[in-house]
Ligand binder design. Sequence first.
Ligand SMILES: [Mn+2]
Length: 462
Amino acid sequence: MARRIIVCDGLASARLWSRIGAGEDEVLTWVPREEESRSRPTGFHALQGGLSAEAIGKLNPKVGDEFAVVSEDTPFARAAVAVIAEVAGDAPLLLLSDTVDAKNLPPHPCLREAGLRSLIRDDVDEEFSHLSNLRRVVDVCTLLAPREKVGILLQPDPDPDGLAGGYALRALLGRKAPTAPLISFGEVKRPENVAMVRALGIEVRTVKPEELDEFDAIALVDVQPTVFGDNPPARVLSVDVVIDHHPERTGYDAVIRDIRPNYGATATILTEYLRAAEIEMHPRLATALTYGIKSDTQLLGRETSRQDMAAFAYLHAIASPALLRRIERPALPSDGLRSLGRALSRSQVIDGIHVLVLGRVREDVIPQVADLGLQAEGAEWAIAAGIVGSDLVFSVRNVGYVRAAGEVVRAVVEGLGVGGGHRSMAKGIIPLKAFRKLYGSATRQRIGTVLHEAFIAAIRRE
Ligand SMILES: [Mn+2]
């Protein structure tokens, strides 16, 4: 079995090593200083004759063995690296030191350096950060525990971050929907938000401002009271808890407020709460929080903090990939698949643009078809269009290194409808009436030709 051979430069580092607990495969050696010759650090044996090639040779190092040198003393570290290399060639070597700089050591092909004390320090700091989250958790739970019914208020048409945050707060309080419902002044509407509540079985109750009186406490998640218009209901201006990552607003009262504008998602704050309180995270909850972080940070893109990354990594191990896929790629209804089949059989990539016209279709099918359309060979742009109600709705995807999709869509719908989006994804809506008025008819073929020409013009526009 390969061993770790630890070489400590004196009693203090040997004792520290004993205290942090030696591994079973570790051979512990130390070099006593003059006044330390009578000490016996637990588990250690002294290198006979001090630090020398002969003493290291007696340890009989074999291929696969690794070394660690623990020292804050540059001459000792230098000598140790040299004699180990002399006896064991290029055996991997870890220098554990907070003061010795690897630049002052003999060249070595396989050496890493880390500070033993700073490693412990980092872990201690992390624990303190968990502790300050635990403080918040205790405060929130203490405040809300005696209240019979807690309303967890989200923004109107709550987005995945709000939904996940609210769902997590309820878990943190150890409550279920009857005593801690998720509530909102506006129903869940956007297709991705609908997909999430469906897949996770989250219920959001739409309430009128006067219905807030039935709650014994109000907790706002991913939102602050002043977001609810210029004259928010009085009950909302004086609440119990606010947990949010949007810039801090004034003009309302909250017994507890935890607002962290440098975070990319409220789901990150709630993930830290749950970790700090060591509450068991179920795959469903971890999936919700993962999706919340992903969607608010645009897949850990811009405005992602170190904390978002850490929360995401923690959740990733617990979340259910199958459930996440179901949210991100909702099941296509069979008539959606049939119209996709028809659209695919006629579509071609021309000038790098792939237009797929679906006819009348469920709205959430359209963005999925756009995703699929971008996979066609040669496609730099994919446009999926369908008729929803009395509108022509289209989703746009591009490969990312071309013009920004949001900008192009705004140019396409100018004077006709509404549109916008980000660098690589966008959406546009044109009332069919306006489309027909300008282009004569709204047959699939006509829609396809018009969109293709409009996109060419918008992409090439200076
Ligand atoms: Mn958010």
